[in-house]
Design a protein around this ligand. Structure first.
Ligand SMILES: Nc1ncnc2c1ncn2[C@@H]1O[C@H](COP(=O)(O)OP(=O)(O)OP(=O)(O)O)[C@@H](O)[C@H]1O
Ligand SMILES: [Mg+2]
Length: 355
């Protein structure tokens, strides 16, 4: 929460996280959560840096087995999407560590935390906050300041009171995968910290966005926009907030940039040309990280908790097998495959630019 006097609050690292990437947008509904979830999955399938790999057979084997340790934090307190997008809606409540920290739930090898895990399925975060304010304050209408404080408290807890280390997970179905379980998420290298935490932001440039940039050491911010002019205006506001708060901006992602007809392969610019988006990126001196097509399958995959970028897993396995036969090094991030849906390749490409 912004401090009262005494200068701006000091930025803190998120415990047990090596790199923080924020996915944001000035506008709601442009695909932040979909992109954050797919990016988290794609990042987990990109190989860690080549320099870690020994040239011998053992190093080669280790490298093939290691997945980056990735976390996905849902900071949208009022509209959490991560439980659904990652198929964790019925995963139950997170357990607490001996120190009282929240333990993430795991899906597809990604450590996840969301306000959605902390509330009963029927409860809306908004109702709960209003209920709490009424009970405490004896006031029918929740005072705005009260609600703001509750939100900020929740945000701070999600940012700083989660123990992202794999080894502290329990043995439940949504607990951290154990290195020997076949889903090695890399506890062997660099301790058991997360390599990357992807943060899915609520829409807009309000209190949560401002607090995040004041409280946390963010390594890279990604701003998502769709091609429409109204979205571009808000994307500009998002970039401007990060600039003002000295958060490094990794680049822009254009979502729903085009639609490829599945039968003819023809491109349709359903929301107009991307010329205005390209011009904005140029004017702001911000790189374009990728263009994600409008794809019904991407939405359907999110609705059933199986992010489309999971297609990279099957490709990773088959090409790792082929490489092993040839004795080659393998790096999914540096390649594109025609056997993987184009959208999954787009996410792999964006992931490669972020690590
Ligand atoms: N490239 C795409 N192709 C098809 N559908 C998409 C695409 N991107 C997002 N969607 C769909 O658009 C809807 C909104 O996406 P999403 O929830 O990710 O947006 P958001 O920016 O996180 O929204 P909010 O601001 O409410 O948090 C979802 O139904 C999602 O499946
Ligand atoms: Mg969202």
């Amino acid at each position: 929460m912004p401090s009262r006097g005494g200068g701006p609050p000091k930025r803190r690292p998120i415990p047990h996280v090596k790199k923080v990437i924020v996915v944001s947008s000035g506008k709601g509904g442009v695909g932040k959560s979909t992109i954050a979830a797919n990016l988290a999955v794609a990042l987990s399938f990109t190989s860690p840096s080549q320099s870690n790999a020994a040239g011998d057979g053992e190093g080669h084997r280790r490298k093939q087995q290691r997945r980056r340790r990735i976390g996905l934090l849902d900071l949208d307190v009022f509209g959490p999407s991560v439980p659904k997008l990652m198929g964790l809606q019925n995963a139950g409540e997170p357990e607490l560590s001996a120190q009282g920290a929240l333990l993430p739930l795991y899906s597809h090898g990604v450590a996840c935390m969301s306000m959605g895990f902390l509330l009963p399925p029927s409860a809306q975060p908004k109702d709960l906050l209003e209920g709490a304010a009424t009970a405490e304050g004896g006031n029918e209408d929740t005072p705005v300041v009260w609600r703001g404080m509750m939100v900020m408290k929740a945000v701070q807890q999600l940012l700083f009171d989660v123990d992202w280390r794999a080894s502290t997970g329990s043995s439940g179905p949504h607990a951290a995968p154990h290195p020997s379980s076949g889903e090695n998420i890399g506890a062997d290298e660099g301790g058991d910290s997360l390599d990357v935490l992807v943060i899915d932001m609520p829409p807009g440039t309000g209190d949560v966005a401002l607090s995040l940039s004041q409280l946390v050491q963010v390594d890279a911010a990604v701003v998502v926009s769709t091609p429409q002019e109204v979205a571009l205006l808000d994307a500009r506001k998002g970039v401007s907030l990060f600039r003002k708060t000295n958060v490094p901006i990794a680049g822009l992602i254009l979502n729903m940039s085009h639609f490829i007809s599945p039968d003819t392969g023809k491109n349709f610019l359903l929301f107009g040309s991307s010329a205005a988006f390209d011009a904005l990126a140029q004017r702001l001196h911000v790189p374009i990280l990728g263009r994600v097509p409008l794809e019904p399958a991407l939405s359907a995959a999110g609705d059933c908790g199986q992010p489309a970028a999971l297609a990279l897993a099957f490709h990773r396995q088959s090409s790792a097998d082929a490489d092993a036969e040839r004795g080659d090094e393998h790096d999914i991030a540096g390649e594109k495959s025609s056997s993987v849906p184009q959208t999954a390749n787009v996410f792999a490409d964006i992931a490669r630019q972020l690590v």
